[in-house]
Design a protein around this ligand. Structure first.
Ligand SMILES: NC(=O)c1ccc[n+]([C@@H]2O[C@H](COP(=O)([O-])OP(=O)(O)OC[C@H]3O[C@@H](n4cnc5c(N)ncnc54)[C@H](OP(=O)(O)O)[C@@H]3O)[C@@H](O)[C@H]2O)c1
Length: 251
């Protein structure tokens, strides 16, 4: 099968590309660096010719509210129109658990807009909503740092190793379109501030994390339901501590 992975050079995309190639498929890793740009439309018609499946795991270069909305809506429209013209039979996109429950987050509003475009496109689709990647913990800590203080919500959080989200995408890509949204999360739910303390301790970082129920996570206050999955998510099996030890050993 010819499968085009939009954002195929990224964290998730490169892992999906590797897995699909191992399964014997013809996989094109598409991104601006390889001449495929979903914002300008450059290279889209050429790369989609003969493709049965498109996996969209591109990300916005900017997380600023307006920029991220412009990215996911423009890219979504351009990509879906090009897929319709090329006769692509399955659009698989990676979204985020909680996109519909956190309207104050500009990033999650943009991901919800991306999902809506997909559902309205008429192209058979599957949306995989994942919780946050372990790899994103550093970005979360940066976003929560004010001077010397890291203020984070104690709301429940259930992150996952990026490779397990990628494995689920690779499986979904070779299956039939579900015309539905499925969720995936990590094996354990714990307060977000505790995950951050564990992360900092593993790298010998002595900074303190203050738990604050009003601390905003990329623009939104959290409760235990904000970023945790609903009933029957797929679950990864890699525990955060094991991932941290493995990542430290690799360094
Ligand atoms: N971070 C999380 O915890 C999390 C959780 C759930 C879901 N997600 C979703 O996962 C997806 C992938 O995230 P990631 O962390 O793997 O992203 P990433 O590593 O930042 O990679 C982004 C990819 O998008 C490509 N890209 C950027 N602009 C593009 C354009 N105009 N046209 C085509 N491709 C473009 C980049 O290509 P170049 O390398 O050429 O720039 C790169 O391949 C995102 O949609 C995100 O919303 C993330």
């Amino acid at each position: 099968m010819k499968i085009v992975v939009i954002g195929g050079s990224g964290l998730i995309g490169s892992n999906v590309v590797k897995r699909l190639r191992q399964k014997g498929h013809e996989v094109v890793a598409a991104s601006p660096d390889s001449g495929v740009n979903t914002i300008t439309g450059e290279g889209l018609a050429e790369v989609l010719a003969g493709a049965q499946v498109v996996v969209d795991v591109a990300n916005s270069p900017s997380f600023e509210d307006k920029a991220v909305m412009a990215f996911f809506t423009t890219a979504g429209r351009n990509l879906l129109a090009a897929e319709a013209a090329a006769g692509v039979g399955h659009h698989l996109a990676l979204s985020i658990v909680g996109t519909d429950r956190n309207p104050e987050s500009g990033y999650l509003r943009a991901k919800l807009a991306q999902e809506t475009l997909i559902k309205e496109s008429g192209i058979p689709y599957t949306i995989l909503r994942s919780t946050q990647f372990f790899e994103f913990m550093n970005g979360i800590i940066k976003g929560a740092t004010e001077g010397d203080v890291i203020r984070l919500s104690p709301a429940l959080f259930q992150p996952i190793a990026a490779e397990e989200a990628a494995a689920a995408l690779a499986d979904l890509a070779i299956g039939p379109p579900l015309n539905a949204t499925v969720e995936i999360a990590g094996p354990e739910a714990r307060p977000l501030d505790k995950f951050a303390r564990t992360y900092l301790a593993a790298s010998g970082d002595k900074r303190q994390v203050a738990a604050d129920v009003h601390a905003r996570y990329f623009g939104t206050e959290l409760n235990d339901r904000s970023l945790t999955p609903g009933d029957h998510p797929r679950l990864g099996s890699i525990r955060f501590e094991d991932w941290l030890s493995r990542t430290a050993a690799q360094r």
